[in-house]
Design a protein around this ligand. Structure first.
Ligand code: SD4
Length: 329
């Protein structure tokens, strides 16, 4: 199928979805809690938490310089991975309970092509390894020692980083070793970034060091296509942050995209995914989940389990930090 033909089909479906929800496609129109931009008024970039601001800025720069939307979502989150003051993404992240920093990441494009790595150690840019898995192998996901060996064979270099304050905090934690997943009240969590370029092409990325002090070998939602990220150019893109087990159990990002395919607005779709998590779990105290979504027609929005989920929003009008609506106090 040619790119033009694919694009036509995508816009056709998006148009149907817009009609179903009464979206007019006028710039800035609010529909179902989500903002709808006119087609062709992209780019639109959404990413999780305050650290999304510099990531979005980089992604916008990539698009402005003629890069693809896939380049934009990769290079955007590379900024976060290289910020070694960040305690939940990249090599500066908090370690697992044995003191090892283990990294998860995935990437997906408009066509649904996907690449992922999980439980990898001592690499600065797991997102780039994930992209290479997508582009150079017949597989979607590589994990652990196999992923590391493949990365070394394919030009990625080890990076060792020992941060004294991170090690000291881990040693202090290890005195009691009490594990309780708390994500994210502190606003420094996983970065998920979804983007639509000016022509309407979608892509997304997600990268994390996972939950602090997790069991060695634990993998969360962030590298799992359908849980931490899902992109289908015919329907939309979604990403998630928070306690990954909640998203894996409910295939959270996939749920959001499928609800948008059925005509829900992005905010409504994110809210339904959050509500489903609430219905399926008895005790969500101290747990946070945040979803972001862009529908194929350019509508976008987000929703969180509880108060405090911020996200970065970039449009042609600039980049701003938004506070998500939420379900629980
Ligand atoms: C995980 N969702 O590993 C990721 C990271 C995160 O608070 O959001 N942690 O569960």
């Amino acid at each position: 199928m040619t790119q033009d033909r694919r694009h036509f089909i995508k816009l056709g479906l998006a148009g149907t979805a817009a009609l179903a929800t009464g979206c007019t496609g006028q710039e800035g129109t609010k529909v179902g809690g989500s903002v709808v931009l006119a087609k062709g008024k992209g780019p639109i970039i959404l990413s999780t938490w305050d650290h999304g601001m510099p990531a979005n800025a980089k992604a916008m720069e990539v698009l402005a310089n003629g890069g693809s939307v896939l380049d934009a979502v990769e290079q955007g989150v590379m900024v976060t991975e290289s910020d070694f003051t960040n305690r939940s993404v990249g090599l500066g992240g908090n370690p697992d309970r044995d003191g090892h920093v283990t990294l998860d990441a995935c990437i997906q494009d408009h066509e649904g092509r996907a690449g992922s790595v999980a439980f990898v150690q001592r690499f600065e840019h797991p997102i780039s390894i994930a992209r290479a898995v997508m582009e150079k192998t017949p597989h979607v996901m590589l994990v652990g020692a196999g992923a590391e060996r493949w990365a070394l064979e394919n030009g990625f270099e080890r990076k060792d980083l020992v941060l004294d304050d991170v090690q000291a905090a881990w040693r202090k934690w290890a005195e009691t070793s009490q594990y309780k997943p708390v994500a994210n009240i502190e606003n420094h969590d996983t970065i998920g970034l979804i983007a639509m370029d000016a022509e309407g092409w979608l892509a997304g990325s997600c990268t994390t060091s996972g939950m602090a002090y997790k069991i060695h070998g634990r993998v969360g939602d962030s590298p799992i296509i359908g849980a931490g990220l899902f992109v289908d150019g015919e329907a939309g893109a979604a990403c998630a942050t928070g306690v990954g087990e909640l998203m894996i159990r409910t295939a959270g990002s996939h749920t959001v995209v499928e609800l948008m395919r059925q005509g829900r607005s992005p905010e409504e779709a994110c809210r339904e995914a959050a509500d489903r998590i609430i219905r399926k779990h008895k005790d969500l105290s101290d747990m946070q989940v945040g979803f972001l979504a862009i529908r194929a027609d350019g509508a976008y929005g987000g929703f969180a389990l509880r108060k405090g989920f911020s996200y970065a929003l970039s449009t042609v009008g600039g980049t701003t930090l938004q506070q998500s609506q939420f379900e629980l106090a």
